[in-house]
Design a protein around this ligand. Structure first.
Ligand code: NAD
Length: 433
């Protein structure tokens, strides 16, 4: 497989170097004459450890070349990796014009090219960009159909400048975004990564596009969170590095997939109270806590989103299955489901509530949940019989039979993603899926 790479910047040059090392013939394409001249003279246009040496030796042996002539590069290759810049516009939106230009250039060549060609986008682009910007440009200029007459895929780059070559060879994850049933392009990408041990995730195009942003935003959140803890620690002469080392040593709850499943608001007897206390501590020490403040706002917003979904059903009689902050507890302290119930009552909805742990305790102690006592039922079936819409607040298996046999026309708002089969006429909506 011969490769053309559009964009001789950081991503393009590193990809080119790693692909020639893996035995592919590569042509780098860029409109910047100075970059092209530099590469062809054996010098990398960017500094990255190890890159200069690779470029020099593969320019010399002819496996790597650089050109401003995109037509010939497309004709002489089987697959084009597109890595132009996608900088911020003044208003913060994403500049996609360079990606569009590349797509138009490749499309104009594909109009005449007989052999099958695969176009792979590597630049960081927002979800929907390949379908809304790249494919239309390619199809319009070529007069051909994406996924049929030519291949298309998205393959985001995760390299870090400074360790880019090592990151390419040993990435934390590889993601291929597949367009419809274009498996041919995915096979080509598998061939491209044949020497990398990491198994690629093959996911839909738009999911792959947002994975890249999710990663980078997660990294930014991690840095800012650590810095905020550092500021708090320093104010009272605590070694923040020691604190974060201990935090990171817990691979079960802290550095793990725990708490990383999108869903409903947090609650319970600890998180809300402890966030409040540390934010107050920051105030006393004159240290701002914007990350912790944002966590509280984000949690309130998640409660509002759940309320809005219930309201959108248009139903008035609402059943709530699960009222504690998580399954397998009867602790009601600061449960966001209690807050949701209170909000619904305040807005005039009628309620019926069941929670296996709470209902059992409530049977012997009516003061236990006094302000919601009048709404408690003794089974999930009783809740469903009362309601026109049901909110699923936990995964208690006691709910399953009632959910499976729900009457036609019922609305369901699922906050926890239960895997229970429901009647096809049930209007099901998940909170974040
Ligand atoms: N730099 C990184 O560490 C990094 C890491 C992962 C992803 N990314 C993403 O990869 C993309 C490229 O980033 P970069 O840092 O390599 O950008 P860069 O600015 O270093 O390079 C982009 C290159 O594209 C060239 N270009 C513009 N129009 C072109 C065209 N029509 N044909 C061919 N080349 C063209 C430019 O001349 C430039 O040399 C961006 O979307 C970026 O967000 C960057």
């Amino acid at each position: 497989m011969r490769i053309s790479i559009f964009g001789a910047g950081y991503v393009g040059c590193v990809s080119a170097a790693c692909l020639v090392l893996d035995g592919f013939n590569v042509a780098l394409v860029d409109p910047d004459a100075a970059k092209i001249a530099s590469i062809n003279s054996g010098k990398s246009p960017i500094y990255e450890p190890g890159l200069n040496e690779i470029i020099k030796s593969f320019i010399t042996n002819g496996m790597l070349s650089a050109t401003q002539q995109y037509e010939q590069a497309v004709l002489d290759s089987d697959l084009s990796l597109c890595c132009p810049g996608t900088p911020s516009r003044e208003d913060g939106s994403l500049e996609t014009n360079y990606v569009k230009d590349v797509a138009e250039q490749i499309g104009s060549v594909l109009k005449h090219k007989k052999a099958f060609h695969i176009v792979v986008i590597r630049s960081t682009v927002l979800p929907g960009t390949v379908e809304a910007v790249v494919i239309p440009a390619l199809e319009e200029k070529s007069g051909k159909k994406a996924g049929i007459d030519f291949g298309i895929a998205y393959y985001p780059e995760f390299l870090r400048e400074g360790t880019a070559i090592a990151d390419y060879k040993d990435p934390g994850a590889i993601v291929f975004g597949q367009y419809k049933d274009d498996t041919k392009s995915i096979e080509a990408l598998n061939a491209l990564c044949k020497n990398i041990a990491t198994k690629p995730h093959v996911i839909p195009l738009r999911s792959a596009e947002i994975v890249k942003y999710t990663n980078n935003c997660w990294h930014a959140v991690k840095i800012s969170f650590s810095n905020e803890i550092g500021n708090l620690c320093k104010s009272v002469d605590i070694d923040s590095h020691e604190v974060m080392e201990v935090l990171c040593s817990d691979k079960r709850l802290n550095i793990s997939s725990a708490y990383m499943k999108p869903g409903f608001a947090y609650g319970g007897s600890c998180l809300p109270k402890d966030l409040r206390a540390l934010r107050h501590f920051g105030k006393m020490e004159n240290v701002a806590t914007p990350m912790l403040d944002a966590a509280v706002s984000a949690n309130e917003y998640q409660l509002l989103r759940a309320f809005q979904l219930v309201k959108k059903t248009g139903k008035k009689k609402i059943g709530i299955l699960g009222i504690t902050f998580k399954s397998d507890t009867d602790d009601l302290r600061e449960s966001p489901l209690v807050a949701l119930a209170e909000k619904l009552l305040g807005k005039g909805f009628e309620l019926a509530i069941y929670d296996p742990n709470v209902s059992a305790k409530f049977a012997s102690d009516h003061n236990y949940i006094s302000h919601l006592a009048g709404y408690m039922k003794s089974s999930a079936g009783d809740v469903v019989s009362f309601s026109d819409a049901v909110v699923i607040g936990n995964k208690a298996k006691e709910n399953d039979a009632a959910l499976e046999t729900m009457p036609e026309g019922m609305s369901v708002v699922d906050l926890v993603r239960v895997k229970v089969p429901m009647h096809s006429s049930v209007a099901y909506e998940g909170l974040v899926w």
